[in-house]
Write a protein that binds this ligand. Structure first.
Ligand SMILES: *Cc1c(COP(=O)(O)O)cnc(C)c1O
Length: 809
């Protein structure tokens, strides 16, 4: 301890360069982080030596997003150092709480997909699998959301402002990345065809490493982030060409490539800069992977024995033609042989069923930016279409449907390319995987049935319970010991605790404390006082029409009307909490945020309902904020239209923290309900086949509005300016979407949802029964650990064995 303190003081002097006597919390954050980074570095060097020596097979996880959040506590927990560091800081006159709050969230992702990637690295590292992550080093990650006059305002978040103490720049990891140019072909079309890609514009990718700790193990996983640099940094001639100012300007333009993360935004689709980011990312990653393989192994033709490259969605799918290009143009493999190697190397996760989210790139853009890759995609397609013809000889329509190139729009279908170039394709929940096989990928499934598998998502209990809910974590450990931290199925042993009155009282007390903590946080952010004994009813996730924040909000308005009109029988005091970001160009999502805030303003100011209901929109939902929210929630809103949410992982975090779910039979909700028991889950709404049938027969939302006077009243209030001080226009577009088409069937599910909410109220009036059911959620949710997810990928998709099994006590 004295030793740790003196090392910390030394780090303050040597690495931060501040006087320990005058150093502030931010300086101490850097000192602790540098000290820990040194330890991680030492551990990582040993690990890499061992992995190289054993020539291990590695899984490379390529994801354009990693939504990591803060790392200080995660790393200290992994090293079992939270307490000694807190004690040192205390002696130095600083609180650990204040120090850890100095860290910016590493928000290199939009939402669920990026958070999954972060959880997967945590699981790989914790269980000693030889894994490796790749991403871009965005200077600006997810934007910071402020709410001004009820509306979302986006601000750039410069998380690297004071430097990122977790990363190490790797001066030796740099690769040239080429764009544009033209092709020179020799012996075109023949077996000896050679292609030269010339007159390209070149950039350099520079790697920075963020080692990710595994929990109490010597194993780790590295996350390598690529930064765009201009060739000028590596080639002095560049500056010698005469025009110094132009060269520097050129340099700045090149380096913009990794400036900003694209927010999931329909309006930003098809942007050249995004295509370049994707290619820059995969080219650097694939070159790095091949170079590591060759330094440890011999023959490039055996690459698939030691390397599996995983595509997290289609964003990295250009890795397939990129590997093919390297094999053919650089390593001189024959076309067939190269395809054998490349197509045995990849695996792919699909993340969405929404047709507007399936990625395509125009032939025209590709031909300008990546002519060699377009050329190779044509060759892959040619080969692929031959296989299609032999599989469906009597169905000419199949050629058009399965072609990698959409003939009409002249766009490349990146999803098709990913399926054709991978050995395994997985969905992220059972329903989602089934819908993939029956829907978008149906003919592919007929051609390659063994290629399609399901791997239901999971979440890491290290962050989402141990770190963010220390109260519940230590209560659990007091009863069943600490093994649940790496083997979550052990939570099953808690089932007997539901009959232990003392334990259940402690369980309820932990929830109350967490709700008080969340109430305090909301108080700080929104200047409102909340009663922690009220039902905390929470919907936090990206704002999207398919996730149906509107359905929740309409029920809030209906509930408000009931109270005002004296129709609510013995209403339960309720706080409706919302949080989430809207893509900057997604007009409807931003309008929904504004409506939530307008409704909140009206309701929160009404003395007649003040004691019975409040509405809060928490700004800037991110991983750190989520750490307050899940532990302090009673009710988890998972209410997407059946058949739209691929899996969801927020649903898992809520249940793990002892919230009950109100949800549709969508995504992983179905499996969660099966696991926790139907009696411990509030199910409502149409199921996927019913949704399909209703749409097929011609859905008219007005039928439902006319049948339900309460719903009619709510719609009228949106129309007549009830929440806008008389502005009739503000929500006209919302009213129009709901009354014309209502693609996500909000009106159709409204009555069923309201009934289900009444059951919620009824149960909440029996606090002990509520706690019992919450406890069953915790005890039975162990299957939704990322550890189960990672073990499944390792065994069934990647063919990976753990290098380490040992664990520090
Ligand atoms: C878990 C998580 C998500 C995903 O939430 P869903 O409800 O599954 O959409 C998004 N953002 C953050 C910050 C998360 O922690």
């Amino acid at each position: 301890m004295a030793n740790l303190k003196s090392r910390l003081i030394n780090t303050m002097i040597h690495a931060v360069g501040e006087d320990p006597d005058g150093a502030d919390a931010n300086d101490w954050y850097y000192a602790v982080a540098f000290l820990v980074r040194g330890m991680l570095s030492e551990q990582y060097i040993k690990l890499e030596r061992e992995q190289s020596r054993q020539q291990v097979r590695r899984a490379y996880y390529l994801s354009m997003e990693f939504l990591i959040g803060r790392q200080l506590t995660a790393n200290l927990l992994a090293l079992d150092m939270v307490e000694p560091i807190s004690a040192c800081l205390e002696e130095l006159g600083h609180s650990y709480e204040a120090v850890r709050n100095c860290e910016f969230d590493a928000a290199l992702g939009n939402g669920g997909l990026g958070r999954l990637a972060a959880c997967i690295l945590d699981g790989l590292a914790t269980h000693g699998y030889p894994g490796y992550g790749y991403c871009l080093r965005y200077e600006f990650g997810m934007f910071h959301q402020r709410i001004e006059n009820g509306q979302q305002v986006e601000q750039p978040e410069n998380w690297l402002r004071f430097g990122n103490p977790w990363e190490l720049e790797r001066h030796n990891a740099h690769y040239p990345i080429r764009f544009h140019g033209r092709l020179i072909k020799h012996a075109e079309g023949s077996a000896n065809e050679t292609v030269m890609w010339v007159e390209t514009d070149d950039l350099v990718a520079m790697g920075s490493d963020m080692p990710m700790t595994g929990f109490r193990t010597p194993a780790m996983v590295n996350l390598r982030l690529w930064n765009a640099r201009s060739g000028a940094d590596f080639n002095l001639d560049y500056f010698n060409e005469g025009d110094f100012m132009a060269a520097v300007k050129d340099k700045t333009v090149s380096e913009n490539l990794t400036k900003v993360l694209y927010p999931n935004d329909a309006n930003e689709r098809g942007q050249e800069l995004r295509l370049k980011q994707e290619y820059f990312f995969v080219s650097a990653s694939v070159q790095d992977i091949v170079s590591r393989y060759l330094s440890e192994n011999g023959d490039i033709r055996n690459l698939p024995q030691k390397v599996v490259i995983h595509l997290n969605d289609t964003h990295p799918s250009l890795a397939i033609p990129e590997l093919l290009r390297l094999l053919i143009d650089e390593y001189r493999l024959g076309k067939e042989e190269a395809w054998e190697v490349a197509s045995q190397t990849f695996t792919y996760t699909n993340h969405t069923l929404l047709p507007e989210a399936l990625e395509t790139w125009s032939v025209d853009l590709l031909s300008r930016v990546l002519p060699r890759h377009l050329d190779l995609i044509y060759k892959i397609n040619h080969r692929h279409l031959k296989a299609v013809m032999s599989n469906f000889p009597d169905d000419q329509g199949m050629l058009n449907r399965l072609s990698l190139i959409d003939d009409g729009s002249q766009r490349i279908r990146m999803g098709w390319l990913s399926v054709v170039g991978s050995t395994r394709v997985n969905g992220v929940a059972k329903l989602h995987s089934d819908l993939l096989k029956a829907g978008v990928f149906k003919p592919f499934h007929q051609m390659y049935p063994e290629r399609f598998v399901n791997v239901t998502n999971g979440v890491t209990q290290r962050r989402w319970l141990l770190q963010s809910n220390p109260g519940l974590a230590s209560l659990i450990t007091s009863r069943i010991g600490p093994r649940w931290t790496t083997d979550l199925e052990r939570l099953k042993e808690l089932e007997s605790a539901v009959d232990d009155a003392e334990f259940m009282a402690q369980f309820a007390a932990v929830k109350r404390d967490n709700k008080a903590r969340l109430a305090e946080r909301i108080g700080e952010l929104l200047d409102m006082t909340l009663d922690p004994s009220a039902l905390f009813d929470v919907q936090v996730k990206r704002i999207h029409e398919y996730k149906r924040q509107l359905l929740n909000l309409l029920s809030v308005i209906a509930h408000y009307n009931r109270i005002k009109e004296g129709r609510a029988v013995n209403p339960v005091p309720r706080v409706s909490i919302f949080a989430g970001k809207a893509a900057p160009g997604y007009y409807m999502a931003k309008l929904i945020i504004r409506l939530i805030n307008d409704v909140a303003k009206t309701i929160n100011a009404d003395p007649q309902t003040r004691d019975l209901m409040r509405v809060a929109f928490i700004p800037n939902y991110n991983v750190s904020e989520a750490g307050f929210i899940f532990p302090g929630s009673d009710l988890s809103e998972q209410i997407s239209t059946a058949g739209t949410e691929a899996s969801g992982t927020g649903n898992m975090k809520f249940a793990l923290n002892g919230a009950l779910t109100i949800g549709t039979l969508d995504g992983a909700n179905i499996e969660i309900r099966e696991a926790v028991g139907a009696e411990n889950f509030f199910k409502f709404g149409l199921e996927t086949p019913e949704v399909e049938a209703l749409r097929a027969k011609g859905y008219d939302p007005n039928v439902y509005i006319n049948q339900n006077a309460e719903l009619g009243h709510v719609m009228e209030q949106l129309r007549n300016g009830y929440f806008t001080g008389g502005d009739h226009d503000r929500y006209r577009d919302i009213v129009n979407t709901l009354t014309h088409g209502d693609h996500y069937l909000v009106m159709a599910d409204f009555s069923s949802y309201m009934k289900s909410l009444e059951e919620v109220d009824a149960l909440y009036r029996q606090p002990e029964e509520w706690s019992r059911r919450a406890m069953f959620n915790v005890a039975r949710v162990g299957g939704f650990s990322i550890d189960r997810t990672v073990h499944t990928y390792a065994r069934e998709i990647w063919g990976l064995k753990p290098l380490f099994r040992e664990r520090r006590a």
